[in-house]
Design a protein around this ligand. Structure first.
Ligand SMILES: Cc1ncc(COP(=O)(O)O)c(C=O)c1O
Length: 451
């Protein structure tokens, strides 16, 4: 039987492909019904941090389901919620203490936008409601989150529905938006935030949101030293909150529990998702400072918000099991060490003339493709270079995560490599061999066709 649109009743994410039916996941591998094995080189969308099929996680989830599968967040709490909050609370960046559990990244971004607004409303700054984000960022697909997201192609069909949130350029050193280079640039890209704030009116801005390491739409973009602390300073100067979107970077992905810890920055609000549950159950969180929650409590009695599946007992049991697994297996250290090895091996791929940049931190890495290594000219979008790499790698048994459009809103090709943090060194070698095989077949056939 073939699983593809228009057969059956599933409204597939992609209407132009045939889906293999996965029957088993084990560690970094997935197996389909035909017995084909795939390396999950991107952990889905950089989600599966602890790997597939971990019995400990499943057991804790089933135990909680057996005790109580659901209670409403306004009526009860459970031991799983309390213990998870305590454990997660113990590893958060300084100042972050109160955790509002939700189901998905976009949902928690919406909560962050609303919480920042309500905090200022209760503080007497009634005009502050707009959130500034960066171009080529990804914060999700619901309307508030999409209004922040800086990916042009995703925004375009829905522009009339989006909120008037300003954007500023990312710290994209490989293609500096100001044609400067670090450190002579003196972080012009961060300073631009100040101009945007001034032009838009500081009294209207509630928060600045960013991914500490750029993810899905720009590919493991690590900011230069000093960038994040300058952003923090600018926010402080104007009394604006800093929202740290760690949906992709959180829970050990970059070699620390949270990416801001690489630079010791304390955000006012942090958003988590993906790796929190490693994909075993939908789970995300909006986390903030006690004094902000207290302000909202004093004036309005609480956060005017809520979802049926927030503070989910089973999700929290899974979240707790995931943290325990990461601690026991020392996966934070492993992510840093294996990530350095992966990055070194990816760098070897620059012998292929279409590999432009290799970047990342920990096990969050990306390869940017170019038509010309010297001029960095991107492939024209009609070539669908990324899609060809993704499809060929898939055929060779390797799953990668695609990103396009970040050079100028249309062109720009990259793939993210972000395997589960349990990956062993010889498995990194296996992954690299498949990448080499993929790139060779692109060089031999695909590239010639593209020229
Ligand atoms: C940084 C970041 N924020 C938010 C989201 C949205 O999360 P979700 O897809 O769970 O809604 C994503 C998803 O890729 C993300 O990478």
């Amino acid at each position: 039987m073939e699983f593809a649109y228009p057969k059956g009743h599933v409204f597939y994410r992609k209407l132009s492909r045939t889906y293999p039916l996965v029957t088993q996941g084990e560690g970094i591998y997935l197996y389909d019904e035909k017995g084909r094995r795939y390396i999950d080189g991107s952990g889905g969308a950089l989600v599966v941090n602890v790997g597939h099929g971990q019995k400990e996680i499943v057991q804790k989830m089933v135990e909680q389901m057996g005790q109580v599968g659901y209670v409403h967040g306004t009526q009860f709490t459970t031991r799983s919620i309390e213990e998870y909050a305590e454990t997660l609370g113990g590893i958060l960046p300084d100042g972050l203490e109160k955790i509002y559990f939700l189901s998905g990244g976009s949902e928690s971004i919406e909560a962050a936008i609303k919480f920042a607004r309500q905090y200022f409303l209760e503080s007497g700054h009634t005009q502050r409601w707009r959130v500034i984000s960066r171009w080529h960022s990804y914060h999700g697909n619901t309307l508030g989150a999409l209004s922040l997201t800086g990916r042009i192609g995703m925004r375009k069909p829905y522009l009339p529905l989006l909120i008037d949130f300003p954007h500023f350029p990312p710290p994209y050193c490989y293609r500096c938006p100001f044609n400067l280079s670090y450190p002579q640039c003196e972080l012009e890209c961060a300073k631009t935030l100040e101009q945007v704030i001034q032009m838009e009116g500081p009294e209207t801005i509630s928060a600045v949101i960013l991914e500490p390491i750029g993810g899905a739409t720009i590919g493991a973009l690590v900011p230069p030293e000093g960038y994040l602390s300058l952003i923090r300073k600018i926010c402080d100067r104007f009394g604006i909150l800093l929202i740290d979107d760690e949906v992709m970077t959180g829970m050990g992905r970059t070699g620390k529990w949270f990416a801001v810890k690489h630079w010791d920055i304390s955000p006012d609000i942090m958003v988590l998702g993906k790796g929190m549950s490693s994909g075993y159950f939908p789970l995300s969180a909006m986390i903030t400072r006690s004094e902000f929650v207290e302000r909202v409590k004093e004036r309005a009695g609480g956060f005017v918000h809520g979802h049926t599946f927030s503070h989910h007992p089973v999700a929290c049991a899974v979240g707790l099991a995931v943290i325990q697994f990461i601690k026991e297996k020392k996966l934070i250290e492993q992510s840093a060490k294996r990530g350095a090895y992966l990055l070194k091996r990816l760098d070897e791929l620059k012998v292929f003339r279409f590999v432009g940049d290799v970047r990342g931190r920990g096990l969050m890495t990306a390869i940017e493709f170019v038509k010309d290594q010297k001029t960095k000219e991107p492939f024209p979008r009609v070539e669908r270079f990324t899609e060809r790499v993704i499809d060929l790698a898939f055929e060779h048994g390797l799953i990668l995560y695609p990103g396009t459009g970040f050079v100028d809103g249309i062109n720009g090709d990259m793939v993210m490599v972000g395997p589960p943090l349990i990956i062993e060194e010889d498995q990194v070698d296996e992954l690299i061999e498949i990448l080499k095989k993929t790139f060779k077949s692109i060089s031999e056939f695909g590239l010639r066709n593209a020229e």
